[in-house]
Design a protein around this ligand. Structure first.
Ligand SMILES: *Cc1c(COP(=O)(O)O)cnc(C)c1O
Length: 216
């Protein structure tokens, strides 16, 4: 069933969209079943779970972190994390840079942008992101590649609202691409099980899907 779901989602999403399988709450056996299909990009939202899973699963998995990251926990994931999608402050980026340097690595980060009209979600405003995306600031972060943006829409059934939020992030993403010279800035991560087709229609090229892979 998991293999069939992954094939189905990939067919729907198309070749150009990167599927990130969200494995939070799933058993190691379930994740392994997804891995056996050849898929290698997985995400967790908590550091502790990520560490436990990474230890038990093959090390060619490209792990992404998609949940809020406290600065004091960066050191635990710095040796192996592929992409931190939830980079939401300069202070956090500075710590990621420091720990990446200690491990002789470069860590990919997406700036998490606040697009929802809920106060439970983390993220930067457009202006705060622009303050980070200046040459002066980026020069101080040589062990980080800013590979794009991540956003989460409001948890609502109002698809027009979700669409507006996705479109606002896509517009901001395009503006950054046009006005900044950022060689690695390519990923726009938006869309989850309930809304990935809408997100793709709005310009997403990276979707984070959990339930539709393991339950759908
Ligand atoms: C859990 C989670 C997802 C996936 O949610 P599903 O509805 O299970 O697809 C995507 N993004 C983030 C940030 C999440 O925490």
């Amino acid at each position: 069933m998991i293999a069939r779901n992954i094939t189905h989602i990939q067919q729907e999403a198309g070749q150009k969209v990167q599927l990130v399988i969200v494995s939070k709450f799933r058993t190691i056996a379930e994740i392994r079943e997804a891995y056996e299909t050849g898929h290698r990009v997985f995400a967790e939202n908590k550091v502790q779970a990520l560490l436990e899973r990474a230890e038990q699963l093959p090390n060619d998995i490209e792990w992404h972190l998609i949940g809020h990251l406290q600065t004091n926990k960066v050191k635990y994931i710095a040796p192996f994390i592929h992409t931190i999608q939830s980079a939401d402050s300069l202070k956090l980026l500075q710590e990621i840079n420091k720990q990446a340097e200690k491990n002789n690595r470069v860590i990919n980060c997406l700036l998490q942008i606040y697009i929802a009209s809920e106060d439970t979600k983390f993220g930067l405003t457009f202006d705060e992101a622009l303050e980070i995306l200046t040459p002066t600031v980026l020069e101080t972060l040589p062990n980080i590649k800013i590979t794009g943006l991540m956003g989460m829409a409001t948890n609502t059934n109002d698809m027009y609202q979700v669409e507006r939020e996705f479109k606002s992030l896509k517009t901001f993403f395009d503006t950054v691409v046009i006005t900044h010279e950022l060689p690695y800035f390519k990923n726009l991560s938006m869309g989850m099980s309930s809304d990935y087709m809408l997100a793709i229609a709005c310009g997403s090229n990276m979707i984070r899907v959990g339930s539709r892979v393991f339950e759908g």
